[in-house]
Design a protein around this ligand. Structure first.
Ligand code: NI
Length: 199
């Protein structure tokens, strides 16, 4: 994938206010994504401190490469087996990438109004369901330089931000569904993954 990633990296810009440019993505390797029921997806990730700087920059780079290669629009560190509060997101179309890296993101406000969207997850490949969440959220996070930032999201961005922050707390989109629906999806996922292994 290095050629495609280099092209994406080359055209990446800061995007809308509050977005930050991603690190150079040209030579990043991708990481294996954990699938449900891997227990590491259920752990609460720890906050990132100053001492984590170099590791986090390298990890963010690899996570972006992994997300683009999947392809996906968001990825949280626990999904690649790293228990750190780090999220990467890009909801823009391929032609105009706007990668975001969020360190220690936390929701500081959410709307009373709810919105329903279909969600999927790279850790539950091929599974989708309508999830209801607050329609708008406001987040506080740090960028890769440690600077404090805020971002507000609605629509797809809002759902994506909430979905990824859930991952940092060991929560998956299926946890927002009824037990019946959740079990249906988990059974289907297990079956799909098994038949892929037999491939
Ligand atoms: Ni996910």
């Amino acid at each position: 994938m290095p050629i495609i990633l280099a092209q994406r990296g080359a055209v990446a810009r800061g995007g809308a206010r509050g977005y930050i440019p991603a690190p150079r993505m040209s030579k990043s390797e991708t990481l294996p994504i954990l699938f449900v029921p891997d227990t590491r997806l259920r752990l609460k990730a720890r906050p990132i401190g100053d001492a984590d700087g170099d590791k986090v920059r390298a990890l963010a780079d690899k996570m972006l490469a992994t997300m683009y290669a999947a392809p996906g629009i968001g990825l949280a560190a626990p999904q690649v087996g790293e228990g750190l509060r780090l999220v990467v997101i890009d909801i823009q179309p391929k032609e105009a990438p706007a990668p975001m890296v969020l360190v220690n993101p936390e929701i500081i406000a959410e709307s009373a109004e709810l919105a329903m969207r279909e969600e999927g997850c790279l850790s539950l490949p091929g599974q989708y369901a309508d999830v209801t969440r607050p329609a708008r959220v406001k987040l506080r996070y740090q960028d890769l330089t440690g600077a404090k930032r805020e971002i507000e999201g609605e629509g797809l961005l809002s759902a994506c931000l909430q979905h990824e922050i859930d991952h940092l707390n060991g929560v998956l989109f299926v946890d927002h569904l009824s037990a019946l629906k959740r079990n249906m999806i988990l059974r289907k996922l297990a079956k799909d993954l098994k038949s892929q292994q037999r491939g």
